[in-house]
Design a protein around this ligand. Structure first.
Ligand SMILES: [Zn+2]
Length: 131
């Protein structure tokens, strides 16, 4: 028997809304989008697109809601597992870049505060009662 004949013609997914109501979302067929660069906004070309939600659509694809922080574009789609994995790697690279920038900023702030403190000590502007 053909494997496709055993599958339902559409997928029904129950989603609970913040209000507590439950709705059924019906996906007809398997409209997997071919977009390979989910981190890139098709509207403004920003490379800062991030997911606001994602869930497994079936065993080989994910339903993802994407948001662009630069033009506020929001889109939903069903994407192949490999596409979502590549997107996840891009998100990891973005997280690493942010963590690296944060560490550099923290060091720069600490160095600036240390210079100010040394200057205040040299000017006798810090007294024991300041502590
Ligand atoms: Zn955009």
């Amino acid at each position: 028997m053909d494997r496709n004949e055993q599958q339902a013609p559409h997928n029904v997914k129950r989603v609970q809304l913040p209000s507590g109501k439950t709705i059924e979302v019906v996906h007809f067929g398997k409209a997997v989008e071919q977009d390979r660069d989910l981190h890139r906004c098709p509207a403004c070309e920003s490379q800062l697109v991030y997911p606001t939600s994602w869930s497994e659509a079936d065993e080989s694809s994910w339903e993802v809601t994407l948001r662009c922080p630069e033009c506020e574009a929001i889109r939903e789609g069903i994407f192949a597992h490999a596409t979502v994995e590549a997107f996840d790697e891009q998100l990891d690279l973005g997280t690493d870049a942010l963590a690296s920038d944060l560490a550099r900023l923290t060091r720069a702030n600490m160095a600036a505060e240390a210079r100010l403190f040394v200057g205040a000590l040299a000017a006798d502007a810090i007294l024991p009662e300041d502590f």
